[in-house]
Ligand binder design. Structure first.
Ligand code: WT7
Length: 631
């Protein structure tokens, strides 16, 4: 039996335990499993509803579970509207710092006015309930206003990360049949302008569905605008139609709140659907219990709002809890490696939630940078996106948390909507383990037949029971939803996560990584199929295979092997050009570490590329069982 990494417990301080919302994990967990619907019904009672549910859960047609059936709600009712009648109205909702150092703050009252104005602008453009609006923006307050405005009027938002290329953006616009895009002229990153509007212009040329583009002015350079297609947001906002009041649309619990594209094993990225009712209950509850939010807290999730982490735990979970959120536009090490630590000091941040890749990136500058700043306001830390290596965990714990702050290593996915395995502040921690399942969730590590593997042995991570945050499915593709997640353990009716994991003697979960053809680069999720299809669109390339190879900072780096078309020869220059080609056509996050020209690729007799063999070759490891290799 292989040994798990470390078994020493880090116990939370008496102070953390004394202040924690949930004081006894085991008994509440048992209760939540034995009374799942009752537990979630009770959590739902903490929110406001226009009309309450007839049933907490309708499981008559698995895997299409329906939560809070019969209820009427809108996530905005709980994220904004209800705070307008309480003391939260005058509390800071958002503290935003731009990379050049500009500062903007919004109370819940001011945020509500901004969202109403944006909502009225969207309405005037004909956006209505059920439409999909694409958002391609830098991390500026208007990105949040735009998301919230869509939700308010019952339109679904589809946020596309600003680091994606125009082709990737166009694919997502077209798949969602989106008619309206919201963007900005650009954003600041490392002292430079990242162009956004010009990317949208190119994407619009590839899109038959796009009619209107609303652009927020951020960076101020000249951008190309076309009559009757392009509008500046500040012009629209100045019109009488953009009033400060706007009725929130009453939605069914199961109505679409947003689409979010994510990479899978095959083909194009797919859009996962999240709904108003279940997502509201799941994100507000997990946020409240795991981050243990207090009324006076200032909370900073340093992810981009364009990923699920941002949707669930920058925007909706915190706002539903009336929290004060911090948002920062730019790079963590600009102009110096203590930009983040300075902001924690300056704004008195109490909770910091980030990724292992960011920690590793900042760790390499050394602890003298955090030490120059007062980090004593911090109470809790969080990690998400990939397994955190114990070395990074310990650095984060020691130099950022000053051995005082527990680290919430939250395991979850775009599909799950919120935390699935996570400590609570009271949980004794083991560096590198996401610890135990959140309430209501039955999680297990099983073999290919669905039998529990022994403690400490590797297997597939499955979720055996439904939860309110789960995706309602793949947009317009129910079969893909069933095939991808529910076919491997069809007989048992379990959700397959795509991850492998171990569970130790103490019932602690250790995530190992993806077992499907998904690569996590700096915590970002990319499909080998997508990368390969971009690579073979290069005029010289006949065939390509992409693999993940461990990388010190990024967690994984992408390595691509290519076979050239007849008549073309490989060279160092060509390999470099191909690296740039992928970055240009997919976006900088997909920049490969290496593209290597080869004469042949190892394949099985049925023609499947044996990525494991390629990986062993790169790492100089034994190639393992080659009995199925056709060569
Ligand atoms: C995949 C999901 C959920 C928000 C960000 C990523 C990996 C996520 C952890 C963690 C180990 C993690 C898994 C998962 N992952 N969090 N705490 N420890 N691995 O969302 O892009 O949908 O990716 O990220 O492999 O399946 P995503």
């Amino acid at each position: 039996m292989e040994k798990v990494i470390e078994q020493k417990f880090y116990h939370p301080s008496a102070e953390v335990v004394a202040n924690a919302t949930v004081k006894d994990y085991e008994s509440l967990y048992t209760y939540s499993i034995e009374n799942r619907e009752k537990f979630w019904g009770e959590q739902a009672e903490t929110l406001q509803w226009y009309k309450k549910w007839d049933n907490v859960l309708d499981d008559s047609n698995p895997p299409f579970y329906k939560w809070f059936v019969g209820a009427k709600t809108n996530i905005i009712q709980n994220a904004l509207d209800r705070h307008q009648n309480t003391a939260i109205r005058n509390k800071l909702a958002l503290i935003w710092e731009g990379e050049p150092g500009d500062l903007r703050t919004f109370s819940y009252h001011a945020l509500n006015r901004e969202v109403c104005q944006f909502a009225n602008v969207l309405k005037s453009m004909g956006v209505k309930k059920g439409d999909v609006v694409t958002i391609y923006m830098p991390q500026i307050p208007e990105q949040l206003f735009a998301m919230l405005a869509c939700a308010k009027i019952g339109a679904a938002h589809s946020v596309v990360y600003g680091g994606f290329s125009h082709e990737a953006l166009a694919d997502r616009i077209n798949d969602a049949n989106s008619r309206v895009v919201i963007t900005a002229d650009g954003g600041f990153r490392r002292g430079k302008i990242v162009e956004l509007k010009s990317v949208v212009n190119k994407a619009m040329e590839l899109s038959p569905t796009m009619e209107i583009c609303i652009t927020v002015k951020r960076t101020g350079q000249d951008v190309y605008m076309e009559n009757d297609r392009d509008y500046w947001y500040h012009d629209l906002k100045a019109l009488p139609i953009a009033g400060y009041k706007c009725e929130t649309e009453q939605m069914d619990s199961g109505d679409m709140l947003f689409l979010l594209y994510t990479s899978g094993s095959t083909g194009k990225p797919k859009a996962l659907v999240h709904t108003h009712g279940g997502f509201s209950v799941y994100t507000s509850t997990t946020y409240r219990m795991v981050f243990d939010i207090k009324p006076e807290d200032r909370y900073w999730c340093a992810a981009d709002p364009g990923w699920i982490t941002g949707h669930s735990y920058i925007v909706y979970g915190p706002l539903m809890n009336g929290a004060t959120i911090m948002l920062y536009e730019g790079a963590p090490n600009h102009p110096y490696p203590d930009r983040w630590w300075k902001m924690i000091d300056k704004y008195g941040i109490n909770i910091l939630y980030t990724s292992p890749t960011a920690i590793r990136g900042l760790m390499r500058f050394g602890e003298s940078w955090p030490k120059r700043n007062d980090l004593s306001s911090l109470r809790l830390l969080g990690s998400v996106g990939e397994p955190i290596n114990p070395e990074a965990w310990k650095w984060y714990h020691k130099y950022i948390g000053q051995e005082r702050c527990p680290i919430m290593d939250t395991w979850w996915q775009t599909e799950t909507g919120g935390f699935m395995i996570s400590p609570l502040p009271i949980t004794p921690l083991k560096p590198g383990s996401a610890t135990k399942p959140f309430f209501g969730n039955e999680v297990a590590v099983v073999d290919d037949h669905g039998i529990d593997v022994k403690p400490g042995e590797e297997g597939s991570l499955v979720i055996k029971s439904p939860w309110p945050g789960m995706t309602a499915g793949v947009y317009n593709d129910p079969n893909r939803f069933v095939d991808t997640y529910w076919s491997k353990y069809k007989a048992q009716g379990w959700y397959f996560t795509g991850d492998s994991a171990k569970c130790d003697e103490d019932g602690y979960f250790w995530i190992i990584g993806r077992v499907d053809d998904v690569i996590k680069v700096s915590g970002y999720r990319l499909g080998t199929a997508e990368i390969e299809s971009v690579m073979v669109s290069h005029p010289y390339v006949a065939e390509a295979a992409a693999i993940a190879v461990p990388h010190e900072l990024k967690g994984n780096g992408i390595h691509i092997f290519v076979i050239l078309k007849k008549g073309f020869d490989g060279s160092k220059e060509l390999e470099t050009e191909m690296v740039n080609f992928v970055a240009e056509h997919m976006g900088p996050i997909a920049r490969p570490e290496e593209v290597k020209v080869v004469d042949s690729l190892p394949k099985t007799r049925s023609g499947k590329i044996m990525r494991r063999v390629l990986k062993a070759r790169v790492l100089g490891l034994p190639e393992g069982d080659l009995s199925t290799l056709e060569e």
